[in-house]
Design a protein around this ligand. Sequence first.
Ligand code: CU
Length: 163
Amino acid sequence: MKTSKNLIIVGGVAAVVVVIIVVYLLIGSYSPAGTNYTAPEESSSQNVASSPTPIPPPESAPTPSPEPPPVTLPPPAHSSETFNVAISNFAYAPSEIHIKVGDKIIWTNEDSVGHTVTSDSGSELDSALFGKNETYEHVFNTSGNFTYHCTPHKFMTGKVIVE
Ligand SMILES: [Cu+2]
């Protein structure tokens, strides 16, 4: 009989001790964890949420700016043409060219020696001395035959027929 009563008492005391320990653990874990952990999590979440918001605005802004440039009108090139005359080995090539009023001719010097494009009479063509890979261009606004030569090399001659 005495042993059974002792076991009941020991068991009851042990149960109370276990309950007390459990209550202390619960109180101890709730009070510090609830106050200390919630504060840093909220502040960190606000910082993370605030940083991504300024990114979207700059992406939508640059799209409307590149549209205005293509508003260039090239109709004058439709009527007139550009022709090229090379200056190579002390000769104009082609030496005679047929164009229409308003057309442009571009002479390109391919020699290492300087040349000119100079009218035989009048001042329709009157270039300066230009060197290798340099150009002289002229638009013919009147019809007629325009013969020209190179000032330092009189044997270099050419002819432009404007119709
Ligand atoms: Cu020349």
